[in-house]
Structures are given as structure tokens and as C-alpha cells.
Design a protein around this ligand. Sequence first.
Ligand SMILES: O=P(O)(O)O[C@H]1O[C@H](CO)[C@@H](O)[C@H]1O
Ligand SMILES: Nc1nc2[nH]cnc2c(=O)[nH]1
Length: 301
Amino acid sequence: MMNGPAERKEEASVVPVNSLPFDEYVRTANFLREKTRHRPKIAIIAGSGLGGLGNALEQTDIFDYHDIPNFPVSTVVGHAGRLAFGLLGPTQVPVVCMQGRFHAYEGYPQWKITFPVRIFKLLGVEILIVTNAVGGLNPEYHVGDIMLIKDHINFAGFAGVSALCGVNDERWGPRFPPMNDAYDKGLRALARQTAPECQFQDFFHEGTYAMVGGPMFETCAEARMLRSVGGDVVGMSTVSEVITARHCGMKVLGFSLITNVVIQDETSDDTANHQEVLQVGIHRAKAMQDLVSGVVTKLGS
Ligand SMILES: O=P(O)(O)O[C@H]1O[C@H](CO)[C@@H](O)[C@H]1O
Ligand SMILES: Nc1nc2[nH]cnc2c(=O)[nH]1
């Protein structure tokens, strides 16, 4: 039976505006597969100032985001906007590394922010390693410390903003994916084992990432609230990537570099700024690189 105008309107409202058709993801994945010799099972997303991770790869095939069909482009300083395939570490493990990620505050919808994660899935990636720059909320964390992400608090998600909103395509994953196991226990154990081997025991923590929308840094009252609900660090990214990866069955490991201490006291004369974030990233890029490379080497053996 033909639908009347009212029914047609209802149908139109559930058309998946949250995504490109599945075939378009396949087109992007095929484009990359045809142009790189590497077949990585591990993907790395490098956060603000941490893109140097990609430069540590050997035998690279590198793509500017501009040149990849359907890919968003980076607009934030400290995010080079390149996708590097290559071999990492002494045992030459194939990986793909995003030198720069996408954020909601750049104006991107959630499905675009997480588009690369689904491309990785189609390319055969099984493990996603996310890295990011964060402000420290936990008073025991210092600038330059690294935090292994144990869990997250998704403030955007509480407000109904999620990469998984809209019609669910079961080819990616289930309508209601669990998130209590977002950060894989086995991978976290491997990371804890790797940190002392890199002489990181004195500045290595495990804690909770609180995700906010940005681009503003926090007010003091916001910072105190984030701390009081269990946030150890705060940032403006990562969580959507993790949710999308878990939705399509990838395991996730995450590291945060504390680039600044979030100011929680209105009498302070300090202020947060992105230049400081990038400077600390550059300073500590090698530490993050060693840690990620150490874990990848263990995974590849
Ligand atoms: O999360 P990444 O991309 O590392 O960047 C962090 O650093 C920027 C602020 O300086 C924000 O984008 C924040 O999320
Ligand atoms: N929201 C937020 N993101 C950051 N990224 C790096 N530092 C910070 C910070 O202090 N707050």
C-alpha cells in the first residue's frame, strides 16, 4: 500500500543522516588498500602535538587527508592531517597512524570525527591505540606525566551527542553496545608491564578521561566538578573514536599526556593555552612514542 504524506514524513525522519552509506566507507577503504602495501592490524591516533609517532614509522606510505576520498581534513594546529602506514619498532610491526584527529569544536559532526575508525575496521585493524593531550585534574598528576586510560566519562553522550545516534547499521555493530569494558583489560596489563621497561614508573598513572566539547578550556568551577565526579584528566576528543571502535568490535588502548594542570582556584593568575599543550607534547613526544612502540612490539611478537 502506498504511504500517505504523513507516513512518508515519518520515514524521512529516520533516514541515516548520521553517516555516509556503507558503500562510501568501502570506497575509501579500497582506495587506501590499493595504494599501500601494508596490512596493519593496529591503528594509532596521535593527539595534539603527538604526531611525531607517525614519523617513527619505516617504509611509509603517506596520504594527506585532502587526498583521501570522503576523509575530513585537520584544522587544528599540531594536527598535521596525514595518514601514515608503515612499520613500527625493532620488530617492524605494520601499523597505520593518524597524524591528527578531528574534534566536534572544529564543526565536524560525530560521524565524520569517527569516519577513519570505521575505515580502519574495513582495512582489517583489530586494535585501536588512542593518544591525546589533556589537562590534569588529579592533584597527584604533573605536567609531562602519562596516564593509561582506564575508563572515560562522556559528557557529550549524556547530552545525547554520540557517533552512534541515528539509524544503526548492524554491519558495524549492535544498537546498544556495552561500554563497561571500553579499554581492554589485557592491553592495559601489557601497557603497565611496558611502562617500567621504558623507565616510566615515576610518571605513569592509570585513570579516567573526562570528555568535554571545547574549544574553551574549563572554568575553575567546571574543573572542580569534573574532578569531584571522578575525572583524573580532561580533554576534548578520543571518546567518540573509542565508542565507534568498540561498536565495531575493535579492542582499544589509550594514553593521555598531561600537558597542563587544570586550574581549579579562581585566585590563580595562570591560564591554559594551546601553545603550552603543544610545547609539552613536543617535549614528551619521545616518551609517548617509546611507550606505544613498546606495547606494539609486544603485540606483534
Ligand atoms: O585531544 P587532542 O586532540 O590530543 O587535543 C587536546 O588538545 C587541544 C587543546 O589544547 C584539544 O583539542 C584537546 O582535546
Ligand atoms: N578540556 C581540556 N582539554 C585539554 N587538552 C589539553 N589540555 C586541556 C585542558 O586543560 N582542558
